[in-house]
Design a protein around this ligand. Sequence first.
Ligand code: NAP
Ligand code: G4F
Length: 322
Amino acid sequence: MKKKALITGITGQDGSYLAEFLLKKGHQIYGLTRRTSTVTTERIAHIIDKINLVEGDLMDQHSLTHTIKEIQPDEVYNLAAQSFVPTSFKQPVLTGEATALGVTRMLEALRIAKPDAKFYQASSSEMFGKAREVPQNENTPFCPRSPYGVAKVYGHWITVNYRESYKMFAVSGICFNHESPRRGLEFVTRKISNAVARIKLKKQKHLTLGNLNAKRDWGFAGDYVEAMWLMLQQKQPQDFVIGTGKTHSVKDFIKQAFAVVGIKNWKKYIKTDKKYFRPAEVDLLIADPKKAHKILGWKPKTNFRELVKIMVEADLNREKLI
Ligand code: NAP
Ligand code: G4F
């Protein structure tokens, strides 16, 4: 019998890589999608015939309970969320509904309809926020700096609570930033890789950004989905920090991206605008992923330079075709 995996957020960056990964493992894949007036399956178009899409929404308890009852999944990966930090400042209530309470709705659906399923919650390094220590590990206190970060802290603790209260196999992966050519264009790495490609092709003159000094621990999304799966293969449910252990500034990313297309005087293309600065910023994130190395045997395969190269080259190729 094939294992059944339900992925919420299957149309997102991570959902698409996880679906590919689990198909290779021989899983039967179910993906939760919400109703939209335009197509959102671009990232999974190449595997759409091999997976089953089911309609549901993190806002709607009934659709989640019904989905779990019908599918009876062995593994559930809760990747769906309002995941963009600036939007969380503009729509804090919606972010709380989806990114925080949505986790409780998923856990309730499981508790009622399939309590022995294994549950993965997509927690975030944004929970560390104004980080209390450097680097950040599983015991570092949380100090979120955005409604998104606050919502993720709720999602994290409710997952721990269901594990402790109902003995469910529910775990959180505290993932640091992970990127790819499938990253949404509004996130800083993809905004840069796409603009650098367009500048190289003379389709765009400038790139306007916000805080260039913020530092992030950036890895490749394709590497991180393996860690999610590994967490659900353990005997004991426990939480893990997943990251590379290296940090770079936004400025470093810009320099590296321009270097890929052979442009040295990158400064002349960069502008900043206050509208891209946040009401509260997370200045420095860097993972201490030792626990994941030791217990999961997981290490990232792609380094920073390779990641930037993959992203810029993918955008160059795509932009050449448009
Ligand atoms: P993403 O590309 O923004 O994808 C988000 C997914 O959630 C999309 O499939 C979206 O569906 C779905 N979604 C949003 N609201 C929903 C709702 N109310 N009901 C059902 N589905 C809904 O995010 P990602 O980068 O793949 O990240 C995956 C998860 O990991 C998120 O929870 C994110 O917060 C978390 N995370 C990401 C990172 C990172 O660096 N990427 C790091 C740490 C944690 P539509 O396509 O319909 O919009
Ligand atoms: O790419 P970002 O928007 O990602 P951020 O805020 O770190 O959040 C991402 O990673 C989290 C994990 O830590 C996830 F949980 C979350 O879902 C998301 O995937 O911004 C990165 C940095 C910030 O410091 C921001 O201020 O880049 C800075 N930045 C500078 N200019 C910009 C821009 N960010 C964006 N999006 N756009 C800019 O123009």
